[in-house]
Structure formats: C-alpha cells, structure tokens
Design a binder for this molecule. Structure first.
Ligand code: NAG
Ligand code: NAG
Ligand code: NAG
Ligand code: NAG
Ligand code: NAG
Ligand code: NAG
Length: 396
C-alpha cells in the first residue's frame, strides 16, 4: 500500500508540472481542481474513447477517483483497496480494464447511447477527504445517422413558366438538423437553418423565384420556371453539433415548352388507290425538347422514315417525320384507312391528328384533284394492284 501511494506521488509530480499554470488559475481555497479530458470529444459509434482525469495531488495522496456517467458511477480507482480498480455495471459501458488506471478510463466500442456528461471525482487522502469534480461531455455519433436520400423534382419535367417543387429527402437520426442548403449548380439560392431567425434565407439568382410560403426544411418551391434553370440542383443537409456531418444529393431539372398546337399532317395526295405509295409528313412544334413523332395506319404503327429536328426561335425545336407506305387492299377493308400522327414530349404531352386516305374510285371528282405527276405512277400502281389481286386470288 505504501508503495502504491509513493507511485501515485511520483506520477503526480509529472501531472503537477503540466497543470501548474491551470491550477494557478483555477485553484480555489484548499481544493485542487481537476480536469476531465475526453478523446475524441466526438466519437463515431464503435470507436474506443479515452477519458483522462487530470488532477493535482495533495501531499496526502489520492483516496479514490470515481467516474460517473451522469449521476451513475461506473468505475472507481482506490489505491488503498484490493483490487484497486472496480467496475460498476452501467448499461452500455464496456471498460478496457488493462488500459484503465488511476488517471485514465478507456471505454470500448461506444454506442450512441453513451453520449452525455461524464465526471471524474477525486477524493484526497487528507483528514477531511477534500474532493473535487470535473465534468465533460462525450458525443457519440452514428455513422449512418445522416443520409440525404434523394432530391425529388416534381413534376420531373417542368413546363416553362410553371411551378416546380424540389423535395430533399433525408434521414437524420442522431442529431438535430442544422441546415439544408439548396444549390443551382454551385450557386446557393435557398437555405433553411432552424437555429437562425428567420429560419429561411434566399440568395438571389437570376431566374430563380422561391415561393417562401410553400418552402420549408424539406422542400423549396420555384415559381415561373425559365429555361435557364434546366440543369443540376443539389441539396446539402448538415447535422447539428457536435458532428456537423453533411450529406448532399443532386438531380437534374428539365424545363420544357410544349407544342402550341396538334401535329400537322401533309400527304402527297388527297386520294389513293390500293397499291399507291402514300408519302406523308407530320410536323410538330415549336417545342423543347423536340416532339417525338410516330405514324399509324388504322392504329398499326408505320415504319418511321426520316425524322428531322430543326432549330426554331427562342431555343425551341420543330420536328418532322416523313414516311412512305404502299397501300394494300387490306387497308381498305373497313373503308378509308385512317392515318394518324402522334406527337409526344416527355411524359408531359401527347397529342395527335388524323386524316382519312380516301379511295379514288369512291368519288369520281378525285381524278381532277390528283396531282399531275401521279398519272404515270397511277399506271404502275394499277399494274401492281392487278398483280396483287392475282396473287391474292391464287393463294385462296
Ligand atoms: C478498441 O480497443 C480494443 C482493445 O484494446 C482493440 O482490440 C480494438 O481494436 C480497439 N478498437 C478501435 C476501433 O480502436
Ligand atoms: C494510464 O493509462 C493511460 C491510457 O491507457 C496511459 O496513457 C497512462 O500512461 C497510464 N497512467 C499510469 C499512471 O499508468
Ligand atoms: C450536461 O452538462 C451541460 C453543461 O454542464 C448541461 O447544460 C446539460 O444539461 C447536461 N446534460 C445532462 C444530460 O445532464
Ligand atoms: C413542407 O411543406 C410541404 C408543403 O406545404 C408539406 O407537405 C411538408 O409536410 C412540409 N414539411 C415539413 C417538414 O414541415
Ligand atoms: C451536380 O452538382 C453537384 C454539386 O455541385 C455535383 O457533385 C454533381 O456531380 C453534379 N452532377 C452533375 C450531373 O453535374
Ligand atoms: C415533307 O416535308 C418536306 C420538307 O419540308 C417537303 O419537301 C416535302 O414535300 C413534304 N412531303 C409531303 C408529302 O408533304
């Protein structure tokens, strides 16, 4: 016992030197102050934490050092007892006994529940057992405590001049929210920070109009969206002290303009005879992105021919699809075949136009309407028609 007391004194000389300045400031009356140092102060879940109780020894030496989490004692060092260290069970606390001694306690694999105030109390061996206490806080943060999941833009494709809602989906389990920052590219345009007044802040950015009344900690509403806003948006979530962990997600917003009217169809002729080659054009726009076009005859898709996208005013596009189809008697089984052109822009827009491909013979006036160039073609077509009928009759 005498030896251990001597040891304690020897070590305390080193500590004395370290704490000389500190103690000169903090020393009050006959009581020596202590300091509790926790390393790391903010620990990740599963890590080991070292707590050092730095105290100045009185000539009489230490009677005991008691360690508390909150008000619960979990470890005691009493050099006059045997064994001189004692572990008191406290939920979640695992002590590395080999590395814990008169001045240090090592906690193993700390869990988030171990966050809180810790104290060490030093009781001296003097006749009056003077004691001093020091407290410090440990914060244990979960590794997956903060996770930004998705920046959801609705509608996913936004019409120029309309509103868009950007929602930042995140998970924050081990700390309160510190801030959510919104960026267009690298430029911050909106910030939500609950600890500040006001909690919302707007940073001007050309073309961005934030509707504050509809924006909060998880979403921001943009009104009268313009083309310039097409592109990358990000939200960055920051957890409050002690970790100030951040997580960021991005998404691309597409601003569109829809065609002002239904697609328009032009055909090479007004009237057709089975066997004729029907040529047709469908055009739509101006729009952005360009409309996708498809042709159908009696609702069966027609193999697309040339598809062209031409620039139009204000960064918009006009699109055109050209097809060429030979008409068969089968097309006329239920009367004049219906040619339909469908235009689509993303999932936002779908419109179509139809024309009936009337049969020449159904109306004698047609002959005069047929374009001049079609006379020779008619000859070829009639031949074709005859051969088709023959083939068809042979197969029966
Ligand atoms: C914590 O301490 C134990 C025992 O000394 C050791 O085996 C383990 O690797 C340490 N863990 C970390 C994360 O340092
Ligand atoms: C007590 O343990 C700590 C960490 O395990 C070590 O750094 C320190 O030197 C030890 N102190 C004494 C007096 O043994
Ligand atoms: C921890 O200590 C701080 C400062 O001394 C105090 O404000 C806080 O309430 C304490 N927390 C707990 C859980 O005791
Ligand atoms: C944010 O505002 C939207 C729309 O008003 C609402 O649905 C949502 O619950 C709000 N979120 C929070 C966290 O207040
Ligand atoms: C969007 O912006 C974020 C943050 O500046 C960046 O990390 C990300 O790579 C960008 N994404 C695209 C598709 O440009
Ligand atoms: C289709 O459009 C092209 C280019 O605009 C034009 O040259 C052609 O005559 C059109 N064809 C028909 C059948 O309308």
């Amino acid at each position: 016992m005498a030896r251990s007391l001597k040891n304690t004194r020897k070590h305390s000389y080193i500590l004395n030197a370290i704490l000389l300045m500190v103690s000169m400031i903090y020393e009050a009356g006959g009581l020596r102050t202590t300091e509790l140092r926790i390393t790391p102060r903010v620990a990740q879940k599963g890590r080991n934490v070292t707590m050092a109780c730095l105290y100045q020894n009185h000539d009489y030496g230490v009677y005991s050092v008691k360690w508390y989490k909150g008000a619960q004692e979990f470890y005691r060092y009493s050099p006059l007892e045997y064994p001189n260290t004692r572990v008191l069970p406290v939920n979640g606390i695992k002590i590395d006994r080999l590395r814990s001694n008169e001045t240090h306690v090592v906690l193993l694999h700390v869990g988030v529940a171990l966050s809180g105030n810790y104290s060490c109390e030093v009781i001296q061996n003097a006749p009056s057992y003077p004691h001093s206490l020091s407290t410090a806080r440990l914060d244990v943060v979960g590794v997956g405590g903060l996770r930004a999941i998705e920046l959801r833009i609705s509608p996913p494709v936004v019409q120029r001049g309309s509103d868009a809602t950007l929602a930042c989906l995140y998970e924050l389990t081990d700390a309160p929210l510190y801030s959510v920052k919104w960026y267009r590219g690298r430029h911050e345009f909106y910030r939500y920070s609950p600890t500040e007044t006001p909690a919302t802040k707007i940073f001007p950015f050309a073309g961005i109009n934030v509707d504050l009344a509809r924006s909060n900690q998880s979403q921001v509403v943009l009104t009268r969206v313009s083309f310039g806003l097409s592109g990358n948006f990000s939200c960055e979530v920051t957890a409050d002290a002690p970790s100030f962990a951040t997580s960021i997600v991005s998404n691309t917003m597409e601003v569109v303009v829809l065609p002002p009217s239904s697609p328009s169809i032009q055909t090479s002729q007004h009237y057709y005879t089975p066997g004729d080659i029907m040529r047709a054009n469908c055009s739509a726009g101006p729009s952005r992105p360009p409309a996708e076009l498809s042709f159908f005859i009696n609702d069966s898709p027609v193999t697309p021919g040339m598809y062209q996208v031409n620039p139009a005013e204000e960064g918009l596009f006009r699109s055109e699809l050209y097809v060429q189809v030979q008409l068969w008697p089968a097309h006329y089984e239920r009367g004049a075949p219906i040619l339909r052109c469908e235009a689509r822009v993303a999932d936002l827009y779908r419109d179509d136009s139809v024309v009936a491909l009337y049969f020449t013979n159904s109306d004698p006036k047609i002959e005069r309407v047929t374009s001049p160039g079609s006379a020779t073609k008619l000859h070829v077509c009639q031949l074709l028609f005859v051969s088709i009928v023959i083939v068809w009759a042979n197969n029966k």
